[in-house]
Design a protein around this ligand. Structure first.
Ligand SMILES: O=C(O)CCC(=O)C(=O)O
Ligand SMILES: [Fe+2]
Length: 241
């Protein structure tokens, strides 16, 4: 993940958002088998599946409480980010879990995955029971309040398996998540493609299906009026290349 500018998300705030609905309700990922109700979003290579009821509110509360006890977030230099040559404190907390030997490259650091906690593993099992993919790595972001955020980026590292979605589980405070097409980032726009905003609710899962991360950047903007803690777990499949 290469976060180019943690603050450029401010530019989005005044915009109006277009909701894109799946008119024909065709699942993007026809391998998703479940009784759950998935919202499918397909638009200019944006390819998302969202389920707001992945976890019951009781389970969500339990997972949140357990993760608060178990997860060890990075500290010191590893909790800093370099933006245009200057070091800043990361505007959130971050931790990496996964199969032994896997690493995560972030802002010039290579962070080894800690071995699975029982809760991070239980959530991985829940996902793997629902969708036909296997995950071996999980990046956890903890947003302490509405001032914490993640800047616009793509998760397009070559180590990520390009056939497996990134599965993003949200717990706690709901927050907006914003997608912006790569062709709409420069000042001299060649094309007009509307950004897409989705509310990530407590207990939900969002699948960022291929090729979303090739074409679209995403961010979690500051929302000062939403003060609660949010924990996000992105399950990924890393392959050696
Ligand atoms: O917090 C989120 O919902 C997403 C975090 C994210 O984009 C990432 O970890 O790459
Ligand atoms: Fe991301």
């Amino acid at each position: 993940m290469n976060i180019q500018n943690e603050s450029n998300i401010k530019r989005f705030r005044k915009r109006k958002w277009n909701e894109i609905t799946d008119k024909d309700n065709i699942p993007i990922c026809d391998k998703v088998h479940s009784e759950l109700n998935w919202k499918i979003i397909k638009y200019e290579n944006l390819n998302l599946s969202y389920c707001s009821t992945f976890l019951s509110s009781c389970d969500s509360q339990r997972f949140f409480t357990e993760l608060e006890k178990e997860v060890k977030y990075l500290s010191g230099d590893l909790a800093k980010v370099r933006v245009y040559g200057k070091w800043h404190n990361l505007p959130r907390q971050q931790a990496a879990y996964g199969d032994i030997g896997l690493t995560y490259k972030f802002s010039g650091f290579t962070i080894p995955a800690l071995s699975w906690t029982s809760t991070v593993l239980e959530l991985k099992t829940r996902l793997e029971e629902l969708i036909p993919y296997k995950f071996n790595f999980c990046l956890i972001n903890r947003y302490r309040n509405g001032t914490d955020s993640i800047g616009e980026h793509r998760d397009d590292e070559k180590e990520l398996d390009n056939e497996t979605p990134i599965a993003s589980i949200s717990l706690g405070q709901h927050r907006d998540f914003v997608f912006r097409h790569k062709d709409c980032r420069s000042k001299n726009l060649t094309r007009k493609i509307e950004p897409y905003k989705i509310l990530l609710e407590n207990g939900s899962v969002l699948l960022m299906n291929p090729p979303t991360n090739t074409y679209w950047y995403h961010s979690l903007p500051v929302r000062k009026k939403l003060p609660g803690i949010r924990i996000n777990l992105t399950y990924r499949r890393i392959v050696s290349k």
